[in-house]
Design a protein around this ligand. Structure first.
Ligand SMILES: *[C@@H]1O[C@H](CO)[C@@H](O)[C@H](O)[C@H]1NC(C)=O
Ligand SMILES: *[C@@H]1O[C@H](CO)[C@@H](O)[C@H](O)[C@H]1NC(C)=O
Ligand SMILES: *[C@@H]1O[C@H](CO)[C@@H](O)[C@H](O)[C@H]1NC(C)=O
Ligand SMILES: *[C@@H]1O[C@H](CO)[C@@H](O)[C@H](O)[C@H]1NC(C)=O
Ligand SMILES: *[C@@H]1O[C@H](CO)[C@@H](O)[C@H](O)[C@H]1NC(C)=O
Ligand SMILES: *[C@@H]1O[C@H](CO)[C@@H](O)[C@H](O)[C@H]1NC(C)=O
Length: 497
């Protein structure tokens, strides 16, 4: 073989290898057009790749913001994050909880916030997808508003459709362990979606997701366990918010046999509410934020029925009490199936909660352009909790059968509670997790972060854990970011918490 022929062969083989490699990159790479290259308000260098965009099907355009892990994106788990409501945007988690930035209020007030890196971002240890779901929430939208009417089943089916399409767009992540997480009403979204995903895997639906388990924070689960008597009354009593007298009165009025109409269950419950109504239900230790612009005397100018207008009104009304739409559901809202009235949401912003920074950032057109979201003229204004969806709450009933099914099939579960949340108090969650009857394999003990007790946990058979975070409210990482990153990364690693 002469020298030039050898050179020719070498050249041909090299070109083929390069072409193969190029093809590999082309078919295995995340969509270039989704890459986020700059973010208004942030001057530094992004510590990992950020992507944003829509996944569209059935006239629905679901918005996601995806952050590759800062540690080892090709090996670290992919975690889907969902906020609750129903109707609240997962940018709640992104902006206020475990997202990559801390948002500093801009000057003047209401102008663009300044973004600093969050040292406790969950993207430090995982690839994370923030999804606005169902369609109509946050930056997700449809040009056909009849798509804004939905329920638990359709939401789970749509999120599953989203995931299949998302992994097709990002095939390099299909082999990574996959987890589903969320809080509040996502206590419904997470198990129902997990169940859809598992059915899809069993049916051989492609791509096959490497689903491993799920996390739920202060999640609603079951109307018997999460109701006022089982959950809120013992919480309020244990936290010293109601007296022994009120507590005993509620017990005897609601569980006893009283004929005296002045001593019925609802009057006793009202007495408890008089004591706790002024508190911030998302964290009883925090002050309640009163939005000066939100309060309007709505009487005579609302489509709400009178009974709803009266909700939360007491002798000494605080402005915020008028508003009853929350990130899970209102304190006095009913825990039973029913439509979430858009009119209720329109009553004002979320109770006690200042969402100015997120609202300013996500309604800025330069931000939307940078993250590949449609402008307000197409996708609508961003709201922390959307007033445009019509959602049949609790349409899927109790989540207990889902948890039993999923855990018995080998999927890991971490059920955690900020122990100062009065919206979905830990008392109800502790009770339902215990009621599953699983064998205790790690008996109630403190867990530690930074050499301090950070909360308590009880580990059960089937890799099922109930964990509290001491001093945290409804949105746990908002209050305890360091502790949250600790339990999150230990759990994802499969290490003891
Ligand atoms: C970011 O950069 C711009 C332009 O260079 C500058 O005007 C602004 O003050 C910087 N902001 C921060 C927070 O450093
Ligand atoms: C929705 O309608 C607007 C115009 O009204 C259009 O610009 C946009 O592309 C449409 N979105 C989709 C996904 O069809
Ligand atoms: C909007 O969606 C509804 C329900 O999916 C469908 O019946 C209707 O045909 C759609 N309207 C348009 C204009 O496409
Ligand atoms: C209330 O009365 C019913 C029927 O009379 C009885 O079965 C029940 O045990 C009573 N409950 C209490 C707490 O006394
Ligand atoms: C009721 O609301 C409408 C629209 O927001 C406004 O134009 C009208 O003046 C209001 N009426 C009263 C009595 O406040
Ligand atoms: C639980 O699993 C059984 C058998 O696999 C199935 O028939 C049932 O529908 C499942 N229930 C739920 C709530 O997923």
């Amino acid at each position: 073989m002469d020298k030039s022929y050898k050179l020719y062969l070498f050249w041909v083989v090299s070109v083929c290898l390069i072409l193969n490699y190029a093809e590999l990159i082309l078919t295995e790479a995340a969509p270039e057009e989704a890459l986020i290259t700059h973010l208004p308000g942030f001057n530094g260098t992004l510590p990992s790749k950020h992507y944003g965009g829509y996944v569209s099907f059935d006239e629905k355009n679901l918005f996601y913001y995806f952050i590759a892990s800062e540690k080892n994106p090709s090996e670290d788990p992919v975690v889907l994050w969902l906020n609750g409501g129903p109707g609240c945007s997962s940018f709640d988690g992104f902006v206020y909880e475990h997202g990559p930035f801390n948002f500093e209020e801009g000057q003047p007030k209401g102008s663009l916030p300044i973004l600093h890196l969050n040292p406790y971002a969950w993207s430090k240890v995982s690839n994370i997808i923030y999804l606005d779901s169902p369609c109509g929430v946050g930056l997700s939208y449809s040009n056909n508003t009849s798509k804004y009417t939905t329920d638990d089943w359709h939401t789970a089916a749509d999120s599953h459709a989203f995931l299949l399409k998302w992994f097709e767009l990002y095939p390099e992540f299909i082999k990574n362990p996959f987890y589903i997480s969320g809080e509040s009403y996502a206590g419904i979204y997470v198990p129902t979606l997990a169940s859809e995903v598992v059915q899809g895997i069993k049916a051989g639906v492609k791509p096959i997701l490497n689903f491993k388990g799920y996390l739920v924070g202060n999640g609603v689960t079951d109307s018997d366990f999460d109701d006022t008597l089982t959950s809120l009354v013992p919480f309020a009593h244990g936290m010293g918010l109601i007296s022994d007298d009120i507590y005993e009165d509620v017990q005897s009025a609601c569980y006893g046999n009283h004929t005296d109409p002045h001593h019925d269950c609802s009057t006793s419950i009202d007495k408890m509410h008089d004591a706790i109504d002024g508190l911030n239900i998302y964290d009883i230790l925090e002050p309640c934020y009163h939005d000066p612009n939100a309060y309007k005397d709505g009487k005579g100018n609302t489509s709400l029925p009178v009974s709803f207008q009266q909700l939360g009104v007491t002798q000494r009304p605080l402005k915020v009490r008028k508003r009853m739409f929350g990130r899970a559901w209102p304190l006095r809202g009913q825990l039973k199936p029913g439509t979430l009235w858009p009119e209720l949401a329109e009553q004002g912003s979320v109770m006690c909660f200042n969402d100015e920074v997120a609202t300013a950032w996500l309604n800025d057109e330069s931000v939307r352009n940078a993250i590949h979201a449609e402008p307000k003229s197409i996708a609508g204004s961003w709201e922390l909790c959307s007033s445009r969806i019509i959602y049949a709450r609790y349409s899927s009933g109790s989540m207990l059968p889902y948890h039993k099914n999923l855990t018995s099939q080998g999927y890991r579960a971490l059920i955690y509670s900020g122990d100062h949340d009065m919206c979905v108090p830990f008392t109800g969650t502790q009770a339902w997790t215990r009621s599953l009857g699983f064998k205790i394999v790690d008996e109630w003990r403190p867990w530690f972060s930074n050499d301090e007790v950070a909360g308590y946990l009880q580990g059960y058979d089937y890799n099922f854990i109930f964990l509290t975070i001491k001093g945290a409210g409804h949105t746990v990482p908002e209050y305890k970011p360091r502790e949250s990153l600790d339990f999150y990364s230990r759990w994802l690693d499969g290490k003891p918490i």
